[in-house]
Design a protein. Structure first.
Length: 365
């Protein structure tokens, strides 16, 4: 049985793409070891494959990346392996070095356009370091996959690579059981955002917009770098009863809450190529839960709306005009999009998309 070492820098709990990929590879008969990191507040995980999570001294900045990559390099070096699977640029260097030392096949999965994330755009020196790593390694790789067609085309043009598209579709839901929010919702409409609470996700905008929307509650599920800023904004605007926060939760619990929503949001800002080319998994999670969506006027997300008619594209990013569009969407109700959502939720699923992953791993170069 061939062994695959899979590595990622997060704590594994909410990374649905990595979990789906590992589950598919395990079903193919591979022996999997998934390597991540563990925070003080990380919840326990139970997976049908082996996992290990590093407890690090440093958890952000240069020292985090240095410590994690050194520990990952040592772990990869002294662990039995046949194939290496690197997730995102921040795990690629140790994977590449070990693949060369042991002449093992390496697969690279780019979940985003890493060097164009907002956190790097305004830090040209740090961005240059990551671009150097990317430019030196990507042209030498034979087995590359990514989450959106725009990112694939970008890399293929820039580095003459051959990235394959494997979109981050959800597994077809077999359980229609709905959960319960940990607060009273009365008869309010639920406007839902699920995912990282980070810069550029349009969260400040939607909080401001809630000033002009009645009979609705905005629910933000997740954690991230700007949680404290968002909480303070809600307090300043006096929106504590209209905006509620739920910390990050396990995917199975999350899906039971997603079904309760009346509208799902994916309203990223155009802060560079990474967001412009984004095709967030939450968009497909909403569709899988048969929830209409409101998305940014960015090419990948706009294309999904145009093709499947499961919601709308934002017409204006000013709070009052956005509130008016949301009110109109909520007035239409889920039933307006019901047939299209049902059709899209059967088409945009991992069970279809994983066939491309299986083919790639059956024919590694």
């Amino acid at each position: 049985m061939k062994r695959i070492l899979v590595s990622v820098t997060n704590d594994l709990v909410t990374d649905q793409r990595v979990h789906k990929v590992c589950t598919t590879l395990a079903s193919m008969g591979f022996d999997l070891l998934l390597i991540g990191r563990k925070f003080s507040d990380s919840i326990e995980i139970d997976r049908p494959y082996k996992t290990i999570r590093f407890k690090l001294i440093f958890n952000k900045g240069f020292l985090f990346y240095a410590e994690y990559n050194l520990r990952l390099f040592i772990k990869l070096l002294f662990t039995k392996k046949d194939i290496l699977l690197s997730n995102d640029l921040d795990t690629l260097l140790p994977n590449y070095l070990v693949s060369k030392v042991f002449r093992k096949k390496l697969v690279y999965d780019s979940h985003e356009l890493f060097t164009e994330v907002p956190e790097l755009i305004n830090r040209p020196f740090v961005q240059k370091i990551w671009l150097k790593i990317e430019g030196n390694i990507l042209p030498k790789l034979n087995n590359c996959i990514t989450v959106s067609d725009s990112i694939a085309k970008y890399y293929n043009k820039k580095y003459n690579t051959n990235f394959s598209l494997i979109r981050n579709f959800p597994i077809k839901l077999s359980n229609n059981q709905k959960g319960n929010f940990p607060f009273e919702i009365y008869n309010s409409n639920i406007i839902l955002y699920q995912g990282a609470l980070n810069k550029g996700r349009g969260l400040e905008l939607i909080i401001e917009t809630m000033q002009f929307i009645d009979n609705s509650i905005l629910v933000l599920i997740g954690n991230g770098d700007i949680v404290d800023e968002l909480l303070e904004k809600v307090k300043i605007l006096g929106l504590e009863k209209k905006v509620r926060f739920i910390s990050k939760i396990a995917p199975n619990e999350l899906s039971s809450l997603t079904k309760l929503a009346d509208l799902g949001l994916s309203i990223e800002e155009d802060l560079g190529l990474n967001y412009r080319f984004a095709l967030p998994n939450k968009l497909f999670d909403y569709i899988q839960a048969n929830i209409p969506v409101l998305v940014s006027n960015l090419p990948e997300m706009k294309n999904i709306i145009s093709k499947h008619t499961v919601g709308e594209v934002i017409k204006s990013r000013t709070p009052k005009k956005l509130a008016n569009q949301i009110d109109q969407l909520l007035s239409k109700g889920k039933s307006h999009f019901e047939n299209n959502l049902e059709k899209a939720s059967s088409e945009l699923i991992w069970e279809h998309e994983e066939k491309k992953l299986i083919e790639i791993f059956e024919n590694l170069e």
